[in-house]
Write a protein that binds this ligand. Structure first.
Ligand code: UD1
Length: 451
């Protein structure tokens, strides 16, 4: 296709489109997202070091937690993503002073005063519901609109509301909005979740830190991001035990102070880099990746024939000439296999010798990447919540569309090992979770550009 890489003239048939729009002066905002595409020429083994950034799924609850602190909080390692920018805009709307310097965000919540999270910001980022617990605990009231569903399916928040009500929060649901009041201070309680929801655990933890007395949260989510949130809150003066187990005990304190904290590395991004190398071949060091948070993935990659070495600076993966199938993978809450890693592993398994089976148990709509992978020659049969992947020797380039965040990343993983050029559109999904997929993958030798 005559594409030349980074810093050189592009002669792709798509490049004239960008030229025409730039000449019209209308390449901005969502239009950019609708015309931008990733062009990936597969078949080059990856070699070198690839950095793992701070975790989006940790940075967002930590920014919500900053509302609880009287004084300034400094969060290092915040990824530069649209969801993080949206969280900063929410903080500003609430009355916080927010400043960003590279990957560090400074939040001064001394002047927080507004309990309303604007509807447009709630809709922009579904996980902004995590502000409910912190804003209500700090200001005595909070109001935000229902986050609604998303591309993964229904995203109910009944467990969040159940837990917050158990702490004494009065919550009214009216006209797709939530109005919450604490009527003074919340009261600690024993709460048992029927399912270990990550978001509900975070919301309850945030509210319980400033409650009167002890909260015992049973069947809590055990994800590393919960441990990170508890670590941050503890550094701010909260009293929390058991984070990372299924029972978290919080002894409420009168106030929290600010602190300086570094967001944990993103285990989903690390998984994307490792699966990308497994698919493309070669050897990479995922710099900063924490092997202890990848315990459900690394044995599967080894089973597929990859050599894994856990080093102090990260995780090293060397890919075999051809991958073997990964067997049966069932997504489940931590320490089970994460739903967020299912798509990228499936993309690698598409060219493995033998069969791989995936059972999704967390979200109902998490196989949307399958139809796109099939355009590249993958053979995958979906039956309800099960996908059976019959590995083919090689995928081929195709025009595909990112259908959701991790599904989009999976297409890039598949494209790195495919024959020819793949074009991926609908990049707004991918950009929600990766600072710059093309920058990071091209640093290890991938032929990938955004045009
Ligand atoms: C978080 C992550 C998301 C990840 C997911 C599962 C963030 C910002 N998002 O999402 O990337 O895919 O964990 O690891 O950290 N549920 C209910 N009622 C509730 C809440 C959840 O029924 O009140 C159900 C959901 O429908 C889903 C399951 O519980 O089936 C998991 O949801 P949850 O763990 O809450 O995920 P999120 O916090 O939304």
């Amino acid at each position: 296709m005559g594409i030349r890489w980074m810093g050189q003239a592009l002669s792709s048939p798509f490049f004239p489109v960008c030229h025409k729009m730039a000449a019209k002066g209308d390449v901005c905002g969502s239009e950019v997202f609708s015309v931008q595409r990733l062009m990936i020429e597969g078949g080059t083994p990856l070699r070198g070091e690839i950095p793992v950034h701070g975790a989006k799924n940790s940075a967002l609850p930590l920014l919500a937690a900053a509302v609880l602190c009287q004084g300034e909080t400094v969060l290092h390692g915040c990824p530069q993503l649209s969801d993080v920018a949206a969280a900063c805009r929410i903080l500003t709307e609430l009355g916080c002073r927010v400043r960003r310097e590279g990957h560090s965000i400074f939040v001064d919540a001394s002047s927080v005063s507004n309990p309303w999270v604007p509807d447009d910001l709630m809709r922009e980022m579904r996980s902004s519901v995590v502000f409910l617990g912190s804003v209500a605990a700090r200001l005595g009231e909070a109001s935000l609109c229902f986050p609604g569903g998303c591309e993964l399916g229904a995203r109910p928040i009944d467990l969040h509301l159940f837990g917050l009500r158990a702490l004494g929060m009065e919550i009214e649901e009216r006209d797709r909005h939530i109005y919450a009041r604490t009527g003074g201070r919340l009261t600690g309680a024993r709460i048992r979740l029927r399912f270990p929801s990550v978001g509900a655990t975070e919301n309850i933890l945030l509210a319980a830190t400033l409650a009167q007395g002890e909260t015992i949260l049973e069947n809590a989510a055990m994800e590393p991001e919960i441990v990170d949130l508890a670590g941050f809150l503890t550094a701010c003066g909260a009293r929390i035990r058991g984070a990372g187990t299924d029972t978290i005990v919080v002894e409420g304190v009168d106030r929290l102070h600010g602190c300086e904290y570094t967001v944990m590395p993103d285990r989903i991004e690390a998984a994307t880099w490792l699966c990308g190398c497994a698919a493309a071949g070669g050897e990479i060091l995922a710099l900063g990746a924490r092997a202890d948070c990848l315990q459900s993935l690394l044995p599967l990659l080894e089973r597929m024939g990859c050599r894994i070495r856990v080093m102090p600076e990260g995780v090293l993966l060397a890919a075999p000439a051809r991958l073997a199938g990964c067997g049966q993978v069932v997504t489940s809450p931590y320490p089970g296999f994460p739903t967020d890693m299912q798509a990228v592993l499936m993309a690698a398994a598409a060219t493995a010798e033998g069969e791989s089976r995936f059972t999704e148990t967390i979200f109902e709509n998490r196989f949307r990447h399958v139809a796109q992978l099939e355009k590249m020659g993958a053979r995958i049969q979906v039956d309800g919540m099960e996908a059976r992947v019959e590995g083919v020797p090689l995928l081929h380039g195709a025009e595909v569309e990112a259908t959701d965040l991790r599904g989009g990343a999976a297409l890039a993983v598949a494209a790195l090992g495919a024959l020819g050029v793949t074009q991926i559109t609908q990049l707004r999904h991918i950009d929600r979770g990766y600072e710059s997929l093309e920058r990071d993958f091209s640093a290890v030798g991938a032929k990938i550009v955004r045009i």
